[in-house]
Ligand binder design. Structure first.
Ligand code: GLN
Length: 242
């Protein structure tokens, strides 16, 4: 088996090095004896139609508009909707949805692969996030958010997680805050990091979708203990200075 991982538009959706997510996917696949090919698709390129995993990152508003035009011009809806595994971070997550409305009420059309809409929130959400995934195998997630958009999930879209720190989507489901979106093929999230470097179980979730296999656990008990200690430190509010 060889998995193709397509990194879409790292030249415009690359503010936070979200392309590093592909490095994590490839390495965790390699450690399980699964070969990968990572292809980088810039705004000057045409997208591959049958990658096993598509990876999109975050970016500023102007970059996001350019990415939207590219996704629509190349009619990427079907590829990103339910045929292949997709990881979409922040601006990339918003672009999978139907519309993104800015502070002045201008509407940017998304690719419509995911039933979510985004509108400018009252203030920018910036800082660390801790969120408990709605799927137990993914566990607790950490990441860094920096976005103005607040995202509302359609009724059939499950949140990826419930944040206990930070903003995430900035909208609620059944009274609880939500972060990201999860469908059988899509992981959408506001978490930068790159998110898969900080959350290996999320990388394994995507590899599981792409391979259709239950993957063998990789991390040693020492690595798991280190991660628990890291999460414990992150859970504490930052110390006040001065
Ligand atoms: N420009 C978008 C927003 O502010 C996405 C930002 C990002 O990708 N970090 O909502």
């Amino acid at each position: 088996m060889e998995l193709t991982i397509a990194v879409l538009l790292p030249d415009v959706l690359g503010t936070y090095s979200d392309a590093g997510n592909a490095v994590i996917l490839a390495e965790r696949a390699r450690r399980r004896g699964i070969a990968t090919q990572v292809c980088t698709v810039t705004i000057a390129d045409a997208p591959p139609r049958s990658a096993d995993i598509y990876v999109l990152g975050g970016g500023e508003d102007a970059a996001q508009q350019a990415a939207a035009r590219w996704l629509l011009r190349h009619r990427m809806r079907d590829e990103l909707a339910d045929r292949h595994a997709v990881l979409a971070v922040c601006a990339g997550f918003q672009l999978l949805g139907t519309t993104i409305t800015d502070r002045d009420g201008r509407v940017l059309e998304g690719v419509g692969a995911l039933d979510v809409t985004t509108s400018a929130g009252p203030r920018r959400a910036v800082g660390e996030v801790i969120a408990s995934a709605t799927v137990s195998s993914i566990g607790e997630l950490t990441g860094f958010e920096n976005h103005r958009g607040h995202t509302t999930l359609g009724p059939g879209v499950q949140p990826l997680a419930v944040p206990s720190r930070g903003t995430g989507n900035g909208t609620r489901r059944h009274g609880r805050p939500t972060e990201g979106a999860l469908t059988p093929t899509i992981v959408g999230t506001y978490l930068h990091g790159p998110v898969l470097a900080r959350n290996p179980a999320l990388a394994d979730h995507l590899l599981g979708i792409a391979t259709g296999q239950d993957l063998t656990p990789l991390d040693t008990p020492d690595q798991q203990a280190m991660r628990r200690a890291y999460l414990e430190r992150r859970r504490r509010p930052p110390a006040l200075r001065g």
